[in-house]
Structures are given as structure tokens and as C-alpha cells.
Design a protein around this ligand. Structure first.
Ligand SMILES: Nc1ncnc2c1ncn2[C@@H]1O[C@H](COP(=O)(O)OP(=O)(O)O)[C@@H](O)[C@H]1O
Ligand SMILES: [Mg+2]
Length: 378
């Protein structure tokens, strides 16, 4: 067969068959769900949170639970939050879905048919009505439990997005959730470390200390090699030595590894083995394709944040003499900027060392310095 489909997916959550490792995390999440515990899954963007949630959801269903996944990315109002919750319950398996639908129907604002046959709400919704609808939707696991005796695992993905809605919404969530006992278990997943910390780590907030935290670490090189090698082979290609620079660059970042593998695979003819030329070409393609996105990320940073990121990208101590001299960073300025970068998830601390999260941004920044010979930020 000389036309194969590229086996490396990099732009959407992946199925169990494409998920590298994460066995321990899956098992742990499932056990905690079965035990009725709340968990927060905090990891950078593109680290496989949603993919992992789906795997755990599958396993939870096999273990006899219902699984509901709600993505709050980009929500702006309580009305939208309610819509997202309804969409989540629409994806239940058929029997519990029927029960959920019936309850959801009773929570809808009353509607009538307008002149042109369009559904119009008979009266404007008051805040109280929206609140009641939301409470009802959050209580759905209780209805399911009463009717079927099965626990529902609810995964709230991009949970931190709720903070954009209004300051009281996490209180409303918590007030409903805390009374559900055996009816539900919750996983709160989020990409934004600063906002997740605000929700779960601030004394004055309702979710303070409410959920165990499960982190997602970078993938190990042997796991990545095995996965990439097997997929090359299954499609009649060999990855060969070109996998080494790929591993070096990806540094365990799951999506970056798959993105690079996808492009490397494109370069290699069926029956061939990847070499240095293929790798070079693949990397050029990746950088060209991602240029706009990387530049947009870079431009979103303050000048001092760019300076700290650059220092970390080339491995210079943030508070060292070189940084002070070349990047014009005072200690206070550096500390503040480092905090902001960490808050937004551009860098994170592992084993006591601060590192950039996205190795491709590191590459882009260092290439940029190299080519232009000066600071892109000024
Ligand atoms: N464990 C993994 N194994 C293989 N690919 C992964 C893994 N985790 C993440 N990815 C890659 O990252 C991409 C984004 O995954 P996703 O689950 O959407 O991440 P997140 O929800 O954290 O942003 C996937 O398309 C895939 O290429
Ligand atoms: Mg996701």
C-alpha cells in the first residue's frame, strides 16, 4: 500500500490507542472516582488532559458509572455555563440520557412560539431563574443516582474558565456538589495554573483545598520512541536515527512530540528510513506552520516576561549578572515577570528548576535571536 494515513494526531484529543503512557494516572483517577473523591488535573495546555479524561471516562463506564464531560472553555455567562452542562449530558449513554433529558426539559425557561414560528422566551429571564436552572443542572447526578443507582463521574474540563463568568459562580457549583454523596465524583481539569490556583488554593474561595491534585509530567523518551517507532513501522516506514533530534527538541512535551513526528513521517517515503535531511525539512515545516501562533504567543508577553523567558530558554540564571547586563533585568523585575509567566503557564517549576513549557517556543526564540542577532522584543 503506498498511500497511508499519517498516524500522528496533534490537534485534537487522542483515543486510548494513541495515548502514550498515563497508565498510572488513569488508574489513580479511576480509583479516586470510584471512591467518590474530587480530583484536580492540572497540567499545561496540550499535555493530554482531555485525552486522559476520555480514557478515564471510558473506564468509568466499563466499571458501571455514568460519564459526563463538560468543557467550559470560553464561557462568558451563566446562561452559557448552563448550555455547556446540557451539552455534556446529551453525550451520555442512551438510558441515563433519557432521564437527564426529562429533567433538563423541566428546567428550561418557558417558551412560546412567536409570530414567525420562532421559539421565544415568554418573559425575560431573571437572575434567579438562571440560578435555579444552573442548580438543577448541577444536581443531575442526584436524579440519575435515584433512578438508576449508578454514580456519575463528572469531568469539568477547562474549569478555570468559570472565573470569567462572575465571582460567585464557584460558590454556586460547590454548594450543589458538596451534597451529592454517592451520586457523583468530580474531576476538575485546567490548563491555566494561576487561575486553577486561584480557585483551589485561595482561602477565601469555596473550592479551597477541596480536591486532590494529580499532575501530568512530561512523557519519557523511551515511551515516545516506542510509540513513534511502532507507528512508523505499521505504515511501512522506519524512523531510524532521526528520532534522536526529535526527542531532544520535544523534551517530553506530548503534543510537540506528536507534531514533530507527524511532519517527520510526511517526509519519509514508504519503505524508507528517516534521516537527517528528512528531519531538517520536517523541522522547517513545523516552524513555518507554527510561526504565526508562536509569534502571537510571544507578542502577548510583556517585555520583561520575554526577557525572563529568554534567560530560561538559554539556561541563564534569571537573577545572574549576565541577565542583568544583557537583558536589562533587575531582581525585582525578574521576580515579578517570572511570576507572571508561571501564572499564565508559559513556564513551570519541576525538580526545583524553572523551565519553559513549550520547547517549540524556546526553539523559535533562540532561532530568532540567532537570525536577527538582536532582541525581538525591542
Ligand atoms: N499521552 C499522550 N500520548 C500521545 N499524544 C499525546 C499525549 N498527551 C497529549 N498528546 C498530544 O497532545 C495533543 C493534545 O491533547 P489534549 O488531550 O487535547 O491536551 P490538553 O487537553 O491537555 O490540551 C494530542 O493531539 C496529542 O497529539
Ligand atoms: Mg483539553
Amino acid at each position: 500500500m503506498d498511500r497511508q494515513i499519517n498516524p500522528f494526531v496533534f490537534n485534537r484529543p487522542v483515543g486510548v490507542e494513541d495515548l502514550i503512557d498515563r497508565d498510572e494516572e488513569s488508574l489513580q483517577l479511576l480509583r479516586l472516582a470510584e471512591g467518590g473523591h474530587a480530583v484536580r488535573l492540572s497540567a499545561p495546555r496540550r499535555y493530554g488532559k482531555t485525552s486522559l479524561l476520555r480514557r478515564v471516562g471510558d473506564e468509568a463506564e466499563k466499571a458501571g458509572m455514568n460519564y459526563v464531560e463538560v468543557d467550559f472553555y470560553g464561557v462568558l455567562s451563566r446562561h452559557e455555563v448552563a448550555q455547556r452542562l446540557e451539552e455534556g449530558y446529551e453525550k451520555l449513554r442512551s438510558a441515563p440520557r433519557r432521564i437527564a433529558r426529562a429533567v433538563i426539559e423541566t428546567l428550561r425557561p418557558s417558551v412560546s412560539l412567536g409570530a414567525a414560528g420562532v421559539r421565544v422566551e415568554s418573559r425575560p429571564r431573571t437572575e434567579e431563574q438562571v440560578g435555579r436552572r444552573l442548580s438543577g443542572l448541577l444536581d443531575l447526578p442526584v436524579h440519575l443516582y435515584q433512578r438508576t443507582g449508578t454514580r456519575t463521574l463528572v469531568a469539568f474540563d477547562e474549569f478555570q474558565a468559570l472565573l470569567a463568568v462572575d465571582p460567585g459562580i464557584d460558590g454556586l457549583f460547590r454548594s450543589r456538589i458538596q451534597r451529592q454523596g454517592d451520586a457523583a465524583s468530580y474531576i476538575f481539569a485546567g490548563s491555566h495554573p494561576g487561575l486553577m490556583t486561584q480557585l483551589f488554593g485561595a482561602h477565601e474561595r469555596p473550592f479551597f483545598g477541596q480536591a486532590r491534585s494529580i499532575p501530568l509530567d512530561p512523557l519519557s523518551d523511551p515511551d515516545i520512541v516506542e510509540h513513534i517507532g511502532a507507528r512508523f513501522e505499521a505504515t511501512g516506514k522506519e524512523v531510524g536515527r532521526a528520532v534522536d533530534p526529535l526527542l531532544d527538541l520535544a523534551a517530553g512535551h506530548p503534543q510537540r512530540a506528536m507534531l514533530l513526528a507527524h511532519h517527520l513521517w510526511e517526509q519519509v517515503p514508504v519503505g524508507g528510513e528517516a534521516d537527517a535531511v528528512h528531519w531538517r525539512k520536517a523541522l522547517d515545516d513545523v516552524l513555518a506552520e507554527q510561526d504565526d501562533a508562536l509569534r502571537a504567543t510571544w507578542d502577548s508577553l510583556e517585555v520583561k516576561e520575554q526577557a525572563v523567558f529568554r534567560a530560561l530558554a538559554i539556561g541563564e540564571p534569571v537573577f545572574g549578572a549576565w541577565t542583568r547586563e544583557h537583558l536589562n533585568l533587575s531582581k525585582g523585575g525578574a521576580q515579578h515577570a517570572r511570576g507572571a509567566l508561571a501564572h499564565a503557564g508559559h513556564i513551570r517549576q519541576r525538580d526545583g528548576v524553572w523551565r519553559p513549557v513549550d520547547p517549540l517556543l524556546v526553539r523559535w526564540v533562540t532561532d530568532f535571536q540567532h537570525n536577527v542577532g538582536e532582541d525581538p522584543s525591542r
